[in-house]
Design a protein. Structure first.
Length: 74
């Protein structure tokens, strides 16, 4: 239960950070959030950084798949 909560919170923070980054282009948001949560929970900090990496990788992979799909439909 606690582990699930950890991942849910980390993923929500990652999604919010990535959304703000998409709107502003400001990479500093990730460092700011990392610093804030790291001051209270190193475990949450690591989960957040992992969630950001996973979400970014997911976005790149989905974009590539869309390109490949478009080329097939082309």
């Amino acid at each position: 239960m606690a582990e699930q909560l950890l991942f849910e919170v980390a993923d929500e923070l990652a999604r919010e950070s990535l959304d703000l980054y998409e709107k502003t282009g400001d990479e500093d948001i990730f460092q700011e959030v990392t610093k804030i949560i790291g001051a209270s929970s190193q475990t949450l900090e690591e989960a957040y950084k992992t969630a950001v990496r996973v979400r970014r990788a997911e976005k790149r992979a989905l974009e590539r798949l869309a390109e490949r799909r478009a080329a097939l439909d082309g």
